[in-house]
Design a protein around this ligand. Structure first.
Ligand SMILES: [Ca+2]
Ligand SMILES: [Ca+2]
Length: 437
Protein backbone atom coordinates (compact mmCIF):
# COMPACT_ATOMS: atom_id res chain seq x y z
CA UNK A 1 0.00 0.00 0.00
CA UNK A 2 1.25 3.42 -0.90
CA UNK A 3 1.95 5.62 2.12
CA UNK A 4 0.86 9.22 2.25
CA UNK A 5 3.94 11.39 2.46
CA UNK A 6 4.48 13.18 5.77
CA UNK A 7 3.67 16.84 5.90
CA UNK A 8 6.77 18.52 7.26
CA UNK A 9 5.91 21.18 9.82
CA UNK A 10 7.65 24.50 9.25
CA UNK A 11 10.55 24.96 11.67
CA UNK A 12 9.62 27.65 14.22
CA UNK A 13 11.50 30.84 13.51
CA UNK A 14 12.79 31.04 17.07
CA UNK A 15 16.26 31.90 15.83
CA UNK A 16 14.93 35.13 14.34
CA UNK A 17 14.05 36.54 17.76
CA UNK A 18 16.46 39.20 19.00
CA UNK A 19 18.82 37.81 21.63
CA UNK A 20 18.04 34.22 20.65
CA UNK A 21 19.61 34.87 17.26
CA UNK A 22 23.08 35.31 18.76
CA UNK A 23 22.74 32.02 20.63
CA UNK A 24 21.56 30.23 17.47
CA UNK A 25 24.50 31.61 15.48
CA UNK A 26 26.84 30.55 18.24
CA UNK A 27 25.49 26.98 18.32
CA UNK A 28 25.60 26.79 14.52
CA UNK A 29 29.16 27.99 14.53
CA UNK A 30 30.40 25.27 16.85
CA UNK A 31 28.34 22.31 15.82
CA UNK A 32 27.92 22.98 12.10
CA UNK A 33 30.95 25.00 11.11
CA UNK A 34 33.32 23.68 13.80
CA UNK A 35 34.87 27.14 14.13
CA UNK A 36 35.86 28.64 17.49
CA UNK A 37 32.90 30.29 19.26
CA UNK A 38 35.03 32.98 20.90
CA UNK A 39 36.99 34.67 18.10
CA UNK A 40 36.72 38.47 18.01
CA UNK A 41 39.01 39.13 15.04
CA UNK A 42 37.58 36.23 13.02
CA UNK A 43 40.97 34.65 12.26
CA UNK A 44 39.65 31.22 13.44
CA UNK A 45 41.93 31.17 16.48
CA UNK A 46 40.68 31.78 20.00
CA UNK A 47 41.87 32.88 23.43
CA UNK A 48 39.32 30.51 25.03
CA UNK A 49 40.16 26.81 25.54
CA UNK A 50 36.92 24.96 24.81
CA UNK A 51 34.19 25.52 22.17
CA UNK A 52 36.68 24.77 19.40
CA UNK A 53 39.22 27.15 20.98
CA UNK A 54 42.81 26.51 22.02
CA UNK A 55 42.12 22.87 22.95
CA UNK A 56 41.71 22.44 19.18
CA UNK A 57 44.02 24.99 17.58
CA UNK A 58 46.89 27.13 18.86
CA UNK A 59 45.85 29.97 21.14
CA UNK A 60 45.53 33.41 19.56
CA UNK A 61 47.92 35.89 21.17
CA UNK A 62 46.03 38.95 19.85
CA UNK A 63 42.30 38.54 19.33
CA UNK A 64 41.94 42.05 17.90
CA UNK A 65 44.14 41.47 14.85
CA UNK A 66 43.35 38.98 12.14
CA UNK A 67 46.91 38.91 10.77
CA UNK A 68 48.24 37.78 14.17
CA UNK A 69 47.68 34.06 14.77
CA UNK A 70 49.62 30.80 15.19
CA UNK A 71 51.31 29.64 11.99
CA UNK A 72 51.82 33.08 10.46
CA UNK A 73 55.16 34.02 8.93
CA UNK A 74 56.51 36.74 11.23
CA UNK A 75 55.44 40.27 10.29
CA UNK A 76 58.58 42.49 10.14
CA UNK A 77 60.47 39.58 11.69
CA UNK A 78 58.52 40.08 14.95
CA UNK A 79 60.83 42.95 15.85
CA UNK A 80 58.33 44.54 18.26
CA UNK A 81 55.49 42.06 18.61
CA UNK A 82 54.83 38.33 18.33
CA UNK A 83 52.73 37.90 15.19
CA UNK A 84 52.69 34.08 15.09
CA UNK A 85 52.10 33.45 18.81
CA UNK A 86 55.17 31.22 19.17
CA UNK A 87 56.49 33.43 21.99
CA UNK A 88 59.57 34.50 19.99
CA UNK A 89 59.99 38.24 19.39
CA UNK A 90 62.41 41.14 19.78
CA UNK A 91 65.98 41.94 18.77
CA UNK A 92 69.20 40.28 19.92
CA UNK A 93 71.27 43.12 21.50
CA UNK A 94 74.59 41.57 20.45
CA UNK A 95 74.01 41.01 16.72
CA UNK A 96 71.23 43.54 16.24
CA UNK A 97 69.23 40.86 14.37
CA UNK A 98 65.71 39.81 15.32
CA UNK A 99 65.34 36.52 17.22
CA UNK A 100 62.90 35.23 14.56
CA UNK A 101 65.58 35.82 11.88
CA UNK A 102 68.34 34.31 14.00
CA UNK A 103 66.57 31.24 15.34
CA UNK A 104 63.58 30.51 13.08
CA UNK A 105 64.01 31.92 9.58
CA UNK A 106 66.10 29.03 8.20
CA UNK A 107 64.62 26.39 10.52
CA UNK A 108 61.92 25.09 8.13
CA UNK A 109 59.26 25.69 10.77
CA UNK A 110 55.83 24.21 10.07
CA UNK A 111 52.50 23.39 11.63
CA UNK A 112 50.43 20.22 11.88
CA UNK A 113 46.77 19.78 10.97
CA UNK A 114 44.50 16.77 11.26
CA UNK A 115 41.26 16.38 9.31
CA UNK A 116 39.73 13.55 11.23
CA UNK A 117 37.04 11.82 13.25
CA UNK A 118 36.44 10.93 16.90
CA UNK A 119 39.68 8.95 17.09
CA UNK A 120 41.88 11.91 16.19
CA UNK A 121 39.66 14.20 18.32
CA UNK A 122 40.28 11.65 21.12
CA UNK A 123 36.74 10.82 22.23
CA UNK A 124 36.61 9.72 25.85
CA UNK A 125 33.78 9.18 28.31
CA UNK A 126 35.20 8.77 31.82
CA UNK A 127 34.95 5.20 33.07
CA UNK A 128 34.41 6.70 36.53
CA UNK A 129 30.96 7.92 35.44
CA UNK A 130 29.65 4.41 34.82
CA UNK A 131 31.67 2.22 37.09
CA UNK A 132 29.59 1.77 40.21
CA UNK A 133 32.65 1.14 42.36
CA UNK A 134 34.49 4.31 41.27
CA UNK A 135 31.71 6.91 41.04
CA UNK A 136 32.35 10.16 42.96
CA UNK A 137 31.45 13.85 42.87
CA UNK A 138 35.05 14.70 41.88
CA UNK A 139 34.59 12.70 38.69
CA UNK A 140 31.85 15.10 37.55
CA UNK A 141 33.75 18.29 38.34
CA UNK A 142 35.11 18.82 34.80
CA UNK A 143 31.68 18.18 33.21
CA UNK A 144 31.25 21.67 31.64
CA UNK A 145 34.73 21.47 30.11
CA UNK A 146 34.01 18.00 28.74
CA UNK A 147 30.65 19.04 27.24
CA UNK A 148 32.12 22.18 25.67
CA UNK A 149 34.76 19.98 24.03
CA UNK A 150 32.15 17.56 22.64
CA UNK A 151 33.45 14.67 24.83
CA UNK A 152 36.76 14.98 22.97
CA UNK A 153 40.26 15.57 24.34
CA UNK A 154 42.23 17.03 21.40
CA UNK A 155 44.68 18.62 23.84
CA UNK A 156 45.82 15.08 24.77
CA UNK A 157 45.42 13.44 21.34
CA UNK A 158 47.96 11.57 19.20
CA UNK A 159 48.33 14.29 16.55
CA UNK A 160 47.74 17.63 18.32
CA UNK A 161 48.22 16.86 22.05
CA UNK A 162 50.21 19.55 23.84
CA UNK A 163 49.65 19.24 27.57
CA UNK A 164 49.62 16.74 30.38
CA UNK A 165 46.44 15.47 31.95
CA UNK A 166 44.94 18.08 34.24
CA UNK A 167 41.69 16.22 35.07
CA UNK A 168 43.31 13.27 36.78
CA UNK A 169 39.98 12.01 38.12
CA UNK A 170 38.61 11.31 34.67
CA UNK A 171 41.44 10.72 32.20
CA UNK A 172 44.69 8.87 32.79
CA UNK A 173 47.89 8.02 30.97
CA UNK A 174 50.80 9.58 29.14
CA UNK A 175 50.51 12.33 26.51
CA UNK A 176 52.51 12.14 23.33
CA UNK A 177 51.73 13.60 19.92
CA UNK A 178 53.07 14.46 16.50
CA UNK A 179 52.72 18.14 17.43
CA UNK A 180 54.71 17.59 20.64
CA UNK A 181 57.51 15.89 18.68
CA UNK A 182 57.47 18.73 16.12
CA UNK A 183 57.73 21.28 18.93
CA UNK A 184 60.61 19.42 20.59
CA UNK A 185 62.33 19.28 17.22
CA UNK A 186 61.88 22.97 16.51
CA UNK A 187 60.57 25.38 19.14
CA UNK A 188 59.67 27.87 16.42
CA UNK A 189 56.66 25.53 15.82
CA UNK A 190 55.14 26.48 19.18
CA UNK A 191 51.29 26.59 19.08
CA UNK A 192 51.13 25.75 15.39
CA UNK A 193 48.50 22.98 15.44
CA UNK A 194 44.91 22.58 14.25
CA UNK A 195 42.71 19.64 15.16
CA UNK A 196 39.76 19.71 12.74
CA UNK A 197 38.26 16.41 13.78
CA UNK A 198 34.56 15.83 14.35
CA UNK A 199 32.92 12.86 16.05
CA UNK A 200 31.30 10.63 13.43
CA UNK A 201 33.05 12.35 10.49
CA UNK A 202 33.29 10.42 7.24
CA UNK A 203 34.78 11.37 3.88
CA UNK A 204 31.57 12.99 2.57
CA UNK A 205 31.07 15.27 5.60
CA UNK A 206 34.75 16.21 5.45
CA UNK A 207 34.45 17.29 1.81
CA UNK A 208 31.04 18.98 2.29
CA UNK A 209 31.65 20.97 5.46
CA UNK A 210 34.37 20.09 7.96
CA UNK A 211 37.40 20.92 5.81
CA UNK A 212 36.15 24.50 5.51
CA UNK A 213 37.03 25.07 9.16
CA UNK A 214 40.73 24.76 8.21
CA UNK A 215 42.54 28.07 8.16
CA UNK A 216 45.87 28.56 6.44
CA UNK A 217 46.83 31.61 4.42
CA UNK A 218 48.57 30.33 1.32
CA UNK A 219 50.94 33.31 1.04
CA UNK A 220 51.47 34.66 4.57
CA UNK A 221 51.48 31.43 6.65
CA UNK A 222 54.11 28.71 7.06
CA UNK A 223 53.83 25.28 5.40
CA UNK A 224 51.99 22.54 7.24
CA UNK A 225 51.88 18.76 7.51
CA UNK A 226 48.30 17.53 7.13
CA UNK A 227 46.84 14.16 8.11
CA UNK A 228 43.61 13.10 6.40
CA UNK A 229 42.59 10.50 8.97
CA UNK A 230 39.04 9.21 8.51
CA UNK A 231 39.69 5.78 9.80
CA UNK A 232 36.34 4.07 10.26
CA UNK A 233 33.10 6.00 9.87
CA UNK A 234 32.94 5.32 6.14
CA UNK A 235 32.24 1.69 7.07
CA UNK A 236 30.73 2.30 10.52
CA UNK A 237 27.11 3.30 10.99
CA UNK A 238 24.13 2.57 13.22
CA UNK A 239 21.91 0.99 10.56
CA UNK A 240 20.82 -2.64 10.86
CA UNK A 241 21.32 -2.81 7.07
CA UNK A 242 24.88 -1.58 7.60
CA UNK A 243 26.40 -2.42 4.19
CA UNK A 244 23.86 -0.30 2.31
CA UNK A 245 25.06 2.74 4.28
CA UNK A 246 28.80 2.30 3.85
CA UNK A 247 30.81 4.56 1.55
CA UNK A 248 31.55 2.87 -1.79
CA UNK A 249 35.08 2.91 -3.28
CA UNK A 250 33.88 5.29 -5.99
CA UNK A 251 32.42 7.70 -3.42
CA UNK A 252 35.62 7.49 -1.38
CA UNK A 253 37.68 8.43 -4.41
CA UNK A 254 35.39 11.34 -5.20
CA UNK A 255 35.27 12.62 -1.60
CA UNK A 256 39.02 12.41 -0.99
CA UNK A 257 39.69 14.17 -4.32
CA UNK A 258 37.35 17.00 -3.30
CA UNK A 259 39.34 17.47 -0.11
CA UNK A 260 42.62 17.43 -2.03
CA UNK A 261 41.27 20.08 -4.41
CA UNK A 262 40.47 22.23 -1.39
CA UNK A 263 43.92 21.66 0.14
CA UNK A 264 45.49 22.55 -3.22
CA UNK A 265 43.84 25.97 -2.96
CA UNK A 266 44.58 26.44 0.75
CA UNK A 267 47.99 25.09 1.80
CA UNK A 268 51.19 27.15 1.52
CA UNK A 269 54.02 25.85 -0.70
CA UNK A 270 56.25 23.23 0.93
CA UNK A 271 53.38 21.47 2.75
CA UNK A 272 52.77 17.71 3.04
CA UNK A 273 49.55 15.71 3.00
CA UNK A 274 49.20 12.15 4.27
CA UNK A 275 46.13 10.08 3.43
CA UNK A 276 45.84 7.66 6.36
CA UNK A 277 44.31 4.22 5.73
CA UNK A 278 41.33 2.80 7.64
CA UNK A 279 41.61 0.46 10.63
CA UNK A 280 40.61 -3.19 10.93
CA UNK A 281 38.02 -3.04 13.70
CA UNK A 282 37.83 -6.84 14.12
CA UNK A 283 40.50 -6.51 16.74
CA UNK A 284 37.98 -4.74 19.01
CA UNK A 285 35.55 -7.62 19.19
CA UNK A 286 38.25 -10.28 19.37
CA UNK A 287 39.99 -8.70 22.33
CA UNK A 288 36.99 -7.49 24.32
CA UNK A 289 34.16 -9.97 23.74
CA UNK A 290 34.45 -11.92 27.00
CA UNK A 291 35.59 -9.06 29.19
CA UNK A 292 33.34 -7.26 31.66
CA UNK A 293 32.03 -3.82 30.67
CA UNK A 294 32.28 -1.08 33.38
CA UNK A 295 28.47 -1.02 33.80
CA UNK A 296 28.66 -4.67 34.91
CA UNK A 297 31.55 -4.09 37.26
CA UNK A 298 29.56 -4.56 40.48
CA UNK A 299 28.18 -8.02 39.70
CA UNK A 300 30.58 -9.03 36.90
CA UNK A 301 27.57 -9.72 34.72
CA UNK A 302 27.78 -7.60 31.54
CA UNK A 303 30.34 -8.58 28.91
CA UNK A 304 31.24 -6.46 25.89
CA UNK A 305 29.40 -9.01 23.69
CA UNK A 306 26.22 -8.28 25.68
CA UNK A 307 26.93 -4.57 25.48
CA UNK A 308 27.44 -4.60 21.68
CA UNK A 309 24.29 -6.69 21.13
CA UNK A 310 22.30 -4.33 23.28
CA UNK A 311 23.57 -1.33 21.29
CA UNK A 312 22.79 -3.04 17.98
CA UNK A 313 19.29 -3.87 19.21
CA UNK A 314 18.64 -0.24 20.08
CA UNK A 315 20.19 0.78 16.74
CA UNK A 316 22.63 3.09 18.52
CA UNK A 317 25.83 1.11 18.01
CA UNK A 318 28.64 3.31 16.69
CA UNK A 319 29.62 0.48 14.34
CA UNK A 320 27.21 -2.33 13.58
CA UNK A 321 29.73 -3.94 11.19
CA UNK A 322 32.56 -4.49 13.63
CA UNK A 323 30.84 -4.50 17.02
CA UNK A 324 28.87 -7.54 15.99
CA UNK A 325 28.71 -11.12 17.22
CA UNK A 326 28.35 -12.32 13.61
CA UNK A 327 31.84 -13.07 12.28
CA UNK A 328 30.83 -12.90 8.60
CA UNK A 329 29.56 -9.36 9.07
CA UNK A 330 32.76 -8.37 10.84
CA UNK A 331 34.87 -9.85 8.01
CA UNK A 332 32.82 -8.15 5.29
CA UNK A 333 33.20 -4.81 7.08
CA UNK A 334 36.97 -5.24 7.09
CA UNK A 335 36.86 -6.12 3.41
CA UNK A 336 35.16 -2.81 2.63
CA UNK A 337 37.60 -0.91 4.86
CA UNK A 338 40.49 -2.47 2.92
CA UNK A 339 38.89 -1.46 -0.39
CA UNK A 340 38.59 2.13 0.84
CA UNK A 341 42.21 2.17 2.07
CA UNK A 342 43.27 0.93 -1.37
CA UNK A 343 41.38 3.80 -2.96
CA UNK A 344 43.36 6.26 -0.82
CA UNK A 345 46.59 4.49 -1.76
CA UNK A 346 45.72 4.79 -5.47
CA UNK A 347 44.69 8.43 -5.12
CA UNK A 348 48.05 9.19 -3.44
CA UNK A 349 49.81 7.61 -6.42
CA UNK A 350 47.76 8.98 -9.30
CA UNK A 351 47.49 12.52 -7.90
CA UNK A 352 51.08 12.75 -6.61
CA UNK A 353 52.19 15.30 -9.21
CA UNK A 354 48.98 17.26 -9.51
CA UNK A 355 49.45 19.61 -6.57
CA UNK A 356 52.37 22.04 -6.50
CA UNK A 357 51.98 23.24 -2.92
CA UNK A 358 52.19 19.89 -1.17
CA UNK A 359 53.70 16.43 -1.44
CA UNK A 360 51.08 13.70 -1.25
CA UNK A 361 51.61 10.30 0.42
CA UNK A 362 49.59 7.38 1.72
CA UNK A 363 50.25 6.18 5.27
CA UNK A 364 49.08 2.84 6.62
CA UNK A 365 46.97 3.31 9.74
CA UNK A 366 49.45 3.54 12.65
CA UNK A 367 47.25 1.27 14.75
CA UNK A 368 48.46 -1.87 12.91
CA UNK A 369 52.08 -1.17 13.82
CA UNK A 370 51.17 0.15 17.28
CA UNK A 371 49.41 -3.11 18.18
CA UNK A 372 52.47 -5.16 17.19
CA UNK A 373 54.83 -3.02 19.27
CA UNK A 374 52.32 -2.88 22.09
CA UNK A 375 52.00 -6.66 22.36
CA UNK A 376 55.79 -7.06 22.21
CA UNK A 377 55.98 -4.97 25.38
CA UNK A 378 53.62 -7.38 27.11
CA UNK A 379 50.46 -5.26 26.98
CA UNK A 380 47.04 -6.56 25.91
CA UNK A 381 45.06 -4.77 23.22
CA UNK A 382 42.35 -3.87 25.72
CA UNK A 383 44.94 -1.86 27.68
CA UNK A 384 44.86 0.62 24.76
CA UNK A 385 41.05 0.78 24.37
CA UNK A 386 38.46 3.05 25.92
CA UNK A 387 36.64 0.90 28.47
CA UNK A 388 33.26 2.67 28.19
CA UNK A 389 32.67 2.47 24.44
CA UNK A 390 34.99 -0.48 23.72
CA UNK A 391 35.74 1.24 20.44
CA UNK A 392 38.21 4.14 20.64
CA UNK A 393 41.89 4.31 21.63
CA UNK A 394 42.42 5.43 25.21
CA UNK A 395 45.14 7.81 26.42
CA UNK A 396 47.80 5.09 26.35
CA UNK A 397 46.73 4.01 22.84
CA UNK A 398 46.83 7.62 21.64
CA UNK A 399 50.37 8.13 22.94
CA UNK A 400 51.46 4.86 21.36
CA UNK A 401 49.99 5.77 17.96
CA UNK A 402 51.83 9.10 18.10
CA UNK A 403 55.12 7.27 18.63
CA UNK A 404 54.48 5.00 15.64
CA UNK A 405 53.50 7.91 13.40
CA UNK A 406 56.61 9.80 14.40
CA UNK A 407 58.86 6.80 13.72
CA UNK A 408 57.33 6.62 10.22
CA UNK A 409 57.82 10.32 9.60
CA UNK A 410 61.41 10.30 10.83
CA UNK A 411 62.46 7.29 8.79
CA UNK A 412 60.40 7.67 5.60
CA UNK A 413 59.41 11.33 5.32
CA UNK A 414 62.05 13.48 7.04
CA UNK A 415 61.20 16.46 4.80
CA UNK A 416 57.68 16.49 6.31
CA UNK A 417 59.05 17.24 9.79
CA UNK A 418 62.07 19.45 9.03
CA UNK A 419 65.50 19.36 10.71
CA UNK A 420 66.26 19.68 14.44
CA UNK A 421 66.61 23.36 15.28
CA UNK A 422 70.14 23.90 16.70
CA UNK A 423 68.84 26.99 18.56
CA UNK A 424 66.23 25.18 20.67
CA UNK A 425 68.26 25.60 23.87
CA UNK A 426 68.77 29.32 23.25
CA UNK A 427 65.06 29.80 22.57
CA UNK A 428 64.29 28.01 25.82
CA UNK A 429 66.78 30.13 27.78
CA UNK A 430 65.47 33.43 26.43
CA UNK A 431 61.75 32.74 26.03
CA UNK A 432 61.04 30.14 28.73
CA UNK A 433 57.72 28.40 28.08
CA UNK A 434 57.08 30.69 25.07
CA UNK A 435 53.87 32.01 26.58
CA UNK A 436 52.61 28.53 27.42
CA UNK A 437 49.38 27.27 25.92
CA1 LIG B 1 44.39 37.18 16.02
CA1 LIG C 1 57.05 35.09 16.84
Amino acid sequence: MKQTPYKIKPVPKICDLPGIKAICNWIAMIFEKHDPAVDLDDDRFSTYATLRGSSWRGKDCDDSRKDIHPGSRPIQSDKDRDSNCNGILGVDPVSGQTYEDLYCKESQARGVIVLGDSLSAHFHIPREWLNTTEISAAAFEPLPFILENEFDWPELSSITGYKNTTFTNVIHGPMNSVYNYLWQRNRCNHRDYQNLSVNGARSSAMADTIQKSLFRNQTTDKPVTVFYALIGNDVCNTHPDTFAHMTTPEQMRNNSMRTLEFLGKTLPAGSHVFLVGLVDGRVLFDSLKDRIHPIGSLRNDVTYSDFYNYFNCLEISPCVGWLNTNETIRNMTTQRAEQLSNVLKQVAETEANKYHNFKLNYMENPIFQAIKQFEKLGYHIWDALEPVDGFHSNQLGQAFSAQVMWQNLETKYPDAIGPINPFNKKIQTIFGDQGGY
